[in-house]
Design a protein around this ligand. Structure first.
Ligand code: ATP
Length: 247
């Protein structure tokens, strides 16, 4: 396995946000992490990228224990994260924002920029526009593009569909698929469980800081308990998609 998270516990003060999280991601996969608000999805990603210290357990990346490695070094070894809420620098242009993502590496970044612009033609058109004036969906693209500039081996995505109109949700999901096709492994946190399970190879369900299920994504789509809790409880896929869109 490329990434192995084992028995991880994480606290905010005295409160355990993660109690016992075990999951793994194999090279080339898209793995989704689904669960209700507050289940610990964001915290799991932050623990992998080094933004939250773990109180117990381990994170192993490509055979190396990185549990105590600082976040900026994890970027260097190949762990990239596009954060929830995007974090686009409003006073910088789109291109300057993208270049910030390459700060851990030396050289000129023409090839990387071109690849991002190829994935997101909208960003190419708007490369001189300031980040703060980009729409929500465009800022999401900037955040993903910025993470790609560091050439991650695994890309951690926190709710890439959050706040997007349905047509943009489709677009973002197909771009994630394309990023994966080009060789980047993806670990994806999503509220939009229907779409995430359709995209992913495997998925985990997180409930109050614990992984309660892990399976092939299409099996979870058919799982009655998962359907009831996260997909509107309906075996009619269209109906469930509508519920997922509204939630
Ligand atoms: P959402 O989908 O709502 O973003 P999530 O599954 O990503 O939820 P987390 O953000 O990981 O959940 O939060 C897990 C738990 O940790 C929640 O109970 C949350 O209130 C708590 N928590 C998160 N950040 C902090 C913080 N900075 N201080 C205290 N508690 C926190």
């Amino acid at each position: 396995m490329m990434l192995e998270v084992t028995d991880v516990a994480v606290y905010y003060g005295k409160i355990a946000a993660l109690k016992n999280v075990t999951l793994s991601v194999d090279e080339g996969e898209i793995v989704a992490l689904i669960g209700a608000n507050g289940a610990g999805k964001t915290t799991t990603l932050k623990t992998i990228s080094g933004l939250r210290p773990l109180a117990a357990g381990s994170v192993v990346f490509e055979g190396k224990d990185i549990s105590r490695m600082p976040g900026h070094k994890r970027v260097r070894v190949g762990i990239g994260q596009a954060p929830e809420g995007r974090g686009v620098f409003p006073g910088m242009t789109v291109q300057e924002n993208l270049l910030m993502g390459a700060y851990t590496r030396k050289g000129s970044f023409t090839a990387e920029l071109n690849e991002v612009y190829e994935l997101f033609p909208r960003l190419a058109e708007r490369r001189t526009q300031s980040g703060g004036t980009m729409s929500g969906g465009e800022q999401q693209m900037v955040a993903i593009g910025r993470a790609l500039m560091a050439k991650p081996r695994v890309l951690l995505l926190d709710e890439p569909s959050m706040g997007l109109a349905p047509i943009l949700v489709q677009q973002i999901f197909s771009i994630i698929k394309e990023i994966n096709n080009r060789g980047t492994t993806v670990l994806l946190v999503e509220q939009n469980a229907q779409q995430a399970l359709q995209l992913a190879d495997r998925a985990y369900v997180l409930e109050t800081g614990r992984v309660v299920k892990g399976a092939v994504a299409s099996d979870l789509l058919d799982d009655p308990a998962v359907r009831a809790a996260y997909l509107g409880g309906d075996l009619d896929v269209e109906g469930a998609a509508e519920v997922a869109e509204q939630s």
